[in-house]
Design a protein around this ligand. Sequence first.
Ligand SMILES: Cc1cc2nc3c(=O)[nH]c(=O)nc-3n(C[C@H](O)[C@H](O)[C@H](O)COP(=O)(O)O)c2cc1C
Length: 454
Amino acid sequence: MTPRRLLLNAFVCPSPGHVKPGLWPYDLPGNELADFDDLDLWVRLAATLERGRFDGLFIGDVLGLYAPYRGSWDIYVSDGNRFPMLDSLTLASALATTTTDLGLIFTASVIQDHPYTLARRIATLDHFTGGRVGWNIVTSSTENAHRNYGADGITPHDERYVWAREHVQVVLKLLEGSWDPGAVRRDRAGRVFADPERVHTVDHVGERYAVQGPLIVHPSPQRAPVLFQAGSSPAGTDFAAEFAEGALVLNSLDAAAGTVGVLREKALSAGRKASDVAVFAALTPVLASTSDEARAKRERFDELLNSEALAAEVGGNVGIDLSALEPDDPIDYSNAQGGIGKILAEAAKHPDGVVTKRQYLRAITGDTTLVGTPEEVADVLARWQEAGGDGVNFMNYLIPGTYDDVVDHLVPVLQERGIVQREYAPGTLRDKLFGEGPHLAERHPGSRYRNAPR
Ligand SMILES: Cc1cc2nc3c(=O)[nH]c(=O)nc-3n(C[C@H](O)[C@H](O)[C@H](O)COP(=O)(O)O)c2cc1C
């Protein structure tokens, strides 16, 4: 079977630092990270991505500071690492007016918005963009985020996914179940905007939410946004297999290929097709015209980046202060309630399940960087596709430099090899990505809420 084309997203955060922290102060070609709060930077980036026929701009988000490092949050604040962090849905809305084909994939945690509010905002943006909205569903893995939204501490890991399940169900009930097909008439002569017989309450009553409906916004081109998710723990992949149309994996490509298998199997068990979950590897490319130059460029970036801030962040995401550990000390993750999928994956590589600080940092930083000439990087991506991968979320050392390099040098090679698209397909983001229509597949649980008996 010929694999479908490789899907390309740019994975960014409107913050001075994200994944490769500490580069914003440096005067490097293509480095405008210090201007993360200038809309013009994102407008230009989006234009570059459309020129390169990228599928989506994937905008990450967090709702609070990561776990303290050396007992405080100072390093995040002084380094500007994911703090400040601008709001992703607001940025996506601004770019709706400057783009025509690019998917605008925002991040929203289930803890931040009531599902009714979120469904309304999604439907509005999907109308305004002609159906180009995607939602990265996250549950917030830091204690500070949960405290910012009224909790006494972090909601335990697996409970967050139970919460996410209900939250997503309510959003989908509202988007899919409030307005039947044909409900909107816009009949000027008859003076009927919509048919009252075809608009319904959804009457959700659950553990956390009670929502009557109907949604106050009529159906947008996609109804449900394209659903993305990035958990890699057992609970995270269960959730992705049930709801996600795109799953993100942050791991070496060999390990990511293993996750593809897990997700495909779980999707089948959830009553979907194995291919219903498109798997995106999160990778940072470093390109140059020779392999040596590319390696030197990467070394230079790595020398400049703030390794303390990086150690703070990777431990902080799990909920552990790594500053207390020597490089070869094992990490005690037994009670961690943050994002644990990655450390569990690393632990699985070692028979005793022991993961040292050094191993964890290496797994987080080294394995997800693609360094080489465009041809060399294209070879690796072709192998990822052969291993069952569907797409890539390109992370960055620099904005816009990393994406300028990809669009100017890597995309033409990938296009030449027929791996990525040369032109956009018509239609909504879901049409463009999967070619099976604008709406959630019949096999997706969200489709159950359509025309539900009342
Ligand atoms: C590539 C990638 C991107 C992510 N983006 C975000 C994000 O923008 N905001 C967020 O709160 N969490 C983000 N996460 C974290 C995940 O949503 C999830 O909380 C984390 O992977 C831990 O889940 P797990 O314990 O199921 O593995 C991201 C994770 C990955 C791998």
